[in-house]
Write a protein that binds this ligand. Structure first.
Ligand code: HEM
Ligand SMILES: [Ca+2]
Ligand SMILES: [Ca+2]
Length: 301
């Protein structure tokens, strides 16, 4: 069995609207939950499939793995779950709440909408040691492609989904090594635009606060648009892995297509993002008896 759109239509008709209004309410007081939830869904799907394993609390749980330490928005999922348990107890999975919340977050950032197939079950395993297959910001394009291919996602999905970096921020610690002593001759990463370099250096001074956050899409980090790809073309990518999408010919083609630089081969980022998200949110989905509906998203039943 797979997922399907409207899985809760009969069993919890208000499920999707409850998630939406909860995300909206949190977004109003803290807009950073939108990028936070989108990234959280990605980190969930890449480890044990989209099964809410990333939400489990525990000493050796996924949450404690390095790439997950800066995830944000757990309180939004807990809040939605509490309301859903009050309305339709034991029906809506945490994995579905997270998939829906990621979509709603994109919409709140003025991005496209799409229908999210639901019916995921929640997993019972969450181990920090499983988080090793998450992509790293130093990965080459070949490594990024391999990690996505292992989840059934192709090069176009890779470029499209990395377009998720059109919203949100990164801590300085994940890219400041590019600004100082990147090359053996002690220079910055030559892929960085020379006018952009001093801007980034001012935001992240050498030996400064590594946890300070800087927009991943300079000038447009709150808006879900194609500006991220324009920035890559201009050498204004913040993460090394993002900038490589332009440096590498095989992925540059897709960036160009999103920017309408290839005439009839143009691609709509809005349309493709929804499509690739549906693919990503179906990775290794647990359905039927292969999982549970958690009562609390932070703990297995
Ligand atoms: C090669 C793949 C990827 C790498 C190496 C990567 C790496 C990163 C890093 C290092 C950050 C900064 C985290 C922080 O400072 O808290 C980040 C943030 C983010 N990532 Fe990715 N990412 C990848 C793919 C994706 C995908 C596929 C999505 C979603 C579809 C995504 C969505 C986000 C969002 C929205 C943020 C901002 C989070 C926030 O503001 O809290 N990323 N990513
Ligand atoms: Ca998972
Ligand atoms: Ca943007």
């Amino acid at each position: 069995q797979g997922t399907r759109v409207g899985f809760y239509a009969a069993t919890c008709p208000r499920a999707e609207s409850i998630v939406r209004s909860t995300v909206q309410a949190h977004f109003k007081s803290d807009p950073t939950v939108a990028p936070g939830l989108l990234r959280m869904h990605f980190h969930d799907c890449f480890v044990q499939g989209c099964d809410a394993s990333v939400l489990i609390d525990g000493a050796n749980a996924e949450k404690t793995a390095t790439p997950n330490l800066s995830l944000r928005g757990f309180e939004v999922i807990d809040d939605a779950k509490a309301q859903l348990e009050a309305t339709c107890p034991g029906v809506v999975s945490c994995a579905d709440i997270l998939a829906l919340a990621a979509r709603d977050s994109v919409v709140l950032a003025n991005g496209p909408t799409w229908q999210v197939p639901t019916g995921r079950k929640d997993g019972r395993v969450s181990l920090a040691s499983d988080a090793g297959n998450l992509p790293s910001f130093t990965d080459s394009i070949d490594e990024q492609k391999q990690k996505f291919a292992a989840k059934g996602l192709n090069a176009q999905d890779l470029v499209t989904l990395l377009g998720g970096h059109t919203i949100g921020t990164s801590q300085c610690q994940f890219f400041s090594y590019r600004l100082y002593n990147f090359t053996t001759s002690g220079n910055a990463d030559p892929a960085i635009n020379s006018a952009f370099l001093p801007q980034l250096q001012a935001l992240c001074p050498q030996n400064g606060d590594g946890t300070k956050r800087v927009g991943l899409d300079t000038g447009s980090s709150n808006r879900f648009d194609t500006s991220f790809f324009t920035n890559l073309r201009g050498g204004r990518g913040v993460l090394e892995s993002d900038q490589k999408l332009w440096t590498d010919a095989s992925t540059q083609t897709f960036v160009q297509r999103f920017l309408g630089l290839r005439g009839l081969l143009g691609l709509s980022f809005s349309v493709e993002f929804g499509r690739s998200m549906v693919k990503m949110s179906n990775i290794d989905v647990k359905t039927g008896t292969n999982g549970e509906i958690r009562k609390l998203c932070s703990a297995i039943n």
